[in-house]
Design a protein around this ligand. Structure first.
Ligand code: GTP
Ligand code: MG
Length: 454
């Protein structure tokens, strides 16, 4: 498919490097670019996918830049249309002027994600692969990169295709009965049907669960460091980051606001959040700070509760119990008994508790290993394919609910046409993930989140 307009955009972050890339896609790509190159016949005769060195000319015919250009012939291009890429000097001024010359000659500025949207509409990739392009661009750790790359390579797509194949088998079993609905026959072996539904349901459930890991990897794992004032939270943050990020002092209530810093451990990005110490606030600012601590506590995936090992055990037991009440079941709580350099606690709080000295760094690496192990354990519980996208989870959840409803209906002896309807709808939701089924509205909302030039 070729679209009515030829689009152009800068594909590199402006002014950030020696090279700027301007992309053009659409039926008129070659013609538009030809108008602004110096040696027109060389460009016209240039073979696709071969670099050509040319001058680009501005409105007055003056040389705007010396560039390399490459043509890509449909359908063997990123978008599936004729495309041209211009590799110019990486100056924001030059890039903008090239765009101006292209638009003056008939191209229009591309909307965010429009190149990828065209690639999707031309069948170059499905929807989940298109979304992986955006994830790949924003990946900032080895693991988020790995997950995005496997999605781009079609792992999610083939898993969904596999599930849809099984769904098709299910519905065809039932549809046979629908043709004979007057005669009240049951062709489809109910035991086989139930087994198939259970299988698809279990696989869907696994994918839904993989989002815990996928989301952590994609957005960074939030780790809240909480505890009483002076327990050593900020000292611990600094020790983890190997940086004097937060102010440390012996005055209780030093940290008033939350401090967030990202740090990659073993290829996984974590977001460490140092918080204001929890106590009965004696002024408004402190109270606001403590409110923030509670909100971070609730949204964190991992909570590190820092206790002062030199404090009374009963006192510490009370803090552990009260923080335990604040967090959800899915949050990992790690209790550290800090200040082991001056006092070693003779007690602990289970496997997820350890003695450290934030000030001299002792055992801080063991604590960091616990963070990584926890995130890795989320992965091993889940499917080989990892879901990272909220949209995919919503579709999978809808599909799973319908499968469960079909399963119940079989048990209750509900007529086949109702069961078939649930299964068809479940299949529809699975189709939404890869874009086998999509609406303009859905596409618009997906691609508008892309950056311009992609
Ligand atoms: N001996 C010893 N002192 C520590 C250790 N960790 C922190 N401290 C000291 O304890 C005091 C408080 O440390 P902070 O890191 O500011 O404590 P905090 O929990 O952030 O305190 P607030 O911000 O007030 O809530 C400082 O004097 C630190 O030097 C430790 O491992 N050993
Ligand atoms: Mg502090």
């Amino acid at each position: 498919m070729t679209f009515g307009t030829t689009i152009c955009a800068i594909s590199t972050a402006s002014g950030t490097g020696a090279i700027g890339i301007v992309r053009i896609s659409g039926a008129d790509s070659y013609a538009v670019v030809e108008k602004i190159v110096g040696n027109k016949s060389a460009f016209r005769n240039a073979e696709p996918r071969k670099m050509l060195f040319v001058n680009l000319l501005d409105e007055q015919g003056n040389i705007l830049d010396e560039v390399m250009v490459a043509k890509f012939a449909a359908p063997a291009s990123f978008s599936g249309e004729d495309m041209v890429e211009i590799y110019c000097h990486g100056s924001e001024y030059i890039e903008q002027r090239i765009l101006a010359c292209l638009t003056r000659n008939g191209a229009v500025l591309a909307r965010p994600g429009e190149f990828t949207q065209r690639a999707f509409l031309n069948g170059k990739m499905d929807l989940s692969q298109s979304e992986a392009v955006a994830d790949l661009i924003s990946s900032s750790s080895a693991e988020s990169h790995r997950v995005a790359m496997s999605q781009l390579k079609g792992q999610v797509s083939s898993k969904i295709a596999d599930l849809r194949g099984k769904m098709l088998e299910l519905t065809s079993l039932l549809e046979l009965e629908l043709d004979f609905s007057e005669e009240d026959v049951e062709f489809a072996d109910r035991t086989k049907l139930v087994a198939l539904i259970d299988e698809v349901c279990a696989e869907t459930e696994k994918l839904i669960r993989s989002f815990e890991y996928g989301n952590a990897v994609k957005s960074g794992v939030p780790v809240a460091i909480v505890g009483e004032p002076n327990a050593g939270k900020s000292t611990l943050l600094n020790a983890i980051l190997h940086d004097d990020r937060a102010i440390v002092s012996s005055i209780a209530g030093t940290t008033r606001d939350t401090i967030e810093e990202e740090f990659v451990l073993d290829g996984i990005r974590f977001r460490f959040i140092d918080t204001a110490g929890i106590r009965n606030a004696d002024n408004e600012v402190e109270e606001l700070g403590i409110k923030r601590t509670y909100s971070k506590l609730k949204s964190a995936r991992i909570v590190v509760l820092v206790l002062d090992a030199s404090a009374d055990k009963q006192h510490n037991d009370g803090i552990v119990a009260s923080i335990g009440n604040e967090i959800s079941e899915t949050t990992k709580l790690i209790v550290v008994l800090n200040k082991s350099d001056i006092c070693t606690a003779q007690y602990g709080y289970g496997d997820d508790s350890l003695s450290i000295s934030a000030i001299n760094g002792s055992n801080v690496d063991t604590l960091c290993r616990k963070f990584v192990e926890y995130v890795s354990s989320l992965k091993s519980e889940t499917a080989d394919v990892v879901i990272t996208n909220v949209r995919h989870v919503a579709s999978l959840t809808a599909a799973r609910d319908l499968l469960q409803s079909a399963r119940r209906s079989i048990g209750e002896g509900v007529p086949s046409d109702f069961i078939a309807q649930d299964l068809r709808e479940a299949n529809y939701h699975l189709g939404e993930i890869t874009g086998a089924i999509s609406t303009d509205e859905v596409l618009g909302s997906i691609f508008s989140k892309f950056c311009i030039g992609k």
